[in-house]
Design a protein around this ligand. Structure first.
Ligand SMILES: [Zn+2]
Ligand SMILES: [Zn+2]
Length: 466
């Protein structure tokens, strides 16, 4: 439930905070993880459970946590724990809403369900979460999931938080869908823990920063109404978390239009991409997806070789790779090598492009060079390349008007506005040449941007030597 101004905000002084006037707004009833927030966290319907003491009225016991927290595994990578909300069955058993707390809530009262599609929240949350895992791994993160399939009875929110704690997560990211009794209510919000001494004071700053980053990217990526970030005192999964935690309410399954959109694969992928960017903004991966090397381009693009190549990853939050011979994604790894400078230039351009067009699809990247460069002609597949021999060339597919993630085949399928923007960005990034299709009317500095047959479905970027 949500949008119930009745309970508006409860205001109270923080227990023994010693800071006069420190007030904590508890947004019970203002925002709702739909059906529940994290499971046990459905803001209670006004009549029923609000007779119970408001969660915040409970003073967290001092030293709720062990003095020496469990040792987290020493990851070389940045670890994100993704928690797809709910499960195929609710779990009515009670659990304390925080360490040592008297008040208890159901472990998981169950999620919501699409008003039109009938899709359960746990299924939509899971498919967004699995897609998000793929993208984060591709970008070099380590990912732990609280579940990877419907497993029956929900484990509850204490256990979810403890999975994140044991993993020593940099971020505990919880994925939910919202619902409201008002079918017109729509949009995205992100919840984070309110300050509760002994429970969440240590994780509040990081959680709030993460929530803002996730919310910003989600709203931009989905083009949804911005319902903002909301501090919550009543979420068991937050109160038990020892690592920064945020819960995204991607959209309202109680709103017919939003429900239909969220049932669509493309929209779920868009949500996952936006969340991956939010994670990256909050904390870039310690272990980069691209290793740095002192690569060298020898000879010419048409007669050369490549030393100490860097491989472009199979995909990322901003791009997919496309195999022009097999016409599938990803491209084979031996076709994805370039100089360190080329690969970094491509990633930087795509990052800026994605920021400028947060709701656009990922850009398709085709062939670069072979791992040691050299001939990339017809024996490597129909057409082949005359150039692409020394790690300075890359093919970039034009964005499609139908927004599908695959190479366009004909000029009319190309989104010209986005294609021109990509051309401009590669020119600004220092391309020596950008070859474009003659039918597309793409332009740029003469001598740099040149029309060339065979380029009506991709632009070919060449960096200068050295
Ligand atoms: Zn939920
Ligand atoms: Zn090319």
């Amino acid at each position: 439930m949500s949008g119930r101004p009745a309970r508006a905000a409860l205001l109270r002084a923080e227990p023994r905070s010693g800071i006069a006037g420190a007030l904590v707004a508890i947004a019970i009833g203002l925002a709702g993880c739909s059906a529940s927030g994290q499971g046990g966290d459905r803001p209670a319907p006004p009549a029923a459970s609000e007779r119970a003491p408001a969660p915040a009225a409970v003073r967290p016991p001092r030293r709720a946590r062990p003095a020496a927290p469990e040792r987290a595994p020493a990851d070389r990578c940045t670890r994100v724990v993704i928690d797809p909300g709910h499960d195929s069955e609710p779990n009515p058993a009670l659990e304390p809403i925080g360490p040592g707390s008297e008040p208890r809530k159901p472990k998981d009262p169950g999620g919501t369900r699409g008003v039109v599609t009938g899709l359960p929240e746990h299924a939509v949350a899971l498919s967004i979460s699995l897609e998000l895992r793929r993208l984060l791994r591709a970008e070099g993160y380590c990912v732990t999931m609280t579940r990877v399939r419907p497993t029956g009875r929900s484990i509850g929110n204490v256990e979810r938080a403890q999975i994140a704690n044991r993993a020593g997560a940099t971020l505990f990211l919880r994925v939910h869908l919202d619902s409201s009794t008002d079918p017109s209510r729509r949009g995205s919000s992100t919840l984070y823990p309110v300050r509760r001494r002994g429970w969440t004071d240590d994780i509040l700053p990081g959680s709030r920063t993460a929530a803002r980053a996730l919310q910003g990217e989600l709203v931009a990526g989905l083009g949804t109404r911005d319902l903002g970030t909301v501090a919550r005192a009543d979420l068991t999964g937050f109160n038990w978390s020892d690592v920064p935690a945020a819960l995204v309410e991607v959209g309202f399954q109680s709103n017919p239009a939003e429900d239909r959109r969220l049932a669509d694969g493309a929209q779920k992928r868009r949500a996952a991409r936006a969340l991956a960017r939010g994670v990256r903004r909050f904390t870039p991966p310690r272990r980069a997806s691209v290793r740095s090397r002192a690569s060298r381009a020898h000879g010419l693009p048409t007669a050369g070789r490549l030393v100490a190549a860097v491989r472009l990853p199979a995909e990322g939050a901003d791009f997919f790779t496309w195999d022009p011979v097999r016409k599938t994604s990803p491209n084979r790894r031996w076709r994805r090598h370039g100089t360190d400078r080329l690969v970094r230039t491509v990633l930087a351009v795509l990052d800026r492009y994605a920021r400028a067009h947060p709701s656009a699809e990922r850009v398709g990247i085709g062939d670069l060079s072979r791992s040691r460069g050299g001939d990339f002609g017809r024996r490597f597949g129909p057409v082949g390349h005359v150039s692409h021999q020394n790690g300075l060339d890359v093919d970039v597919y034009y964005p499609r008007r139908d927004r599908r993630e695959r190479a366009p085949r004909f000029a009319p399928q190309v989104d010209r506005r986005l294609a021109q923007d990509l051309v401009d960005r590669f020119v600004r990034a220092g391309a020596e040449h950008v070859f474009v299709g003659p039918s597309l009317d793409l332009h740029g500095p003469p001598g740099v941007v040149q029309a060339l047959d065979g380029h009506d479905n991709h632009l070919h970027v060449r960096l200068p030597p050295g």
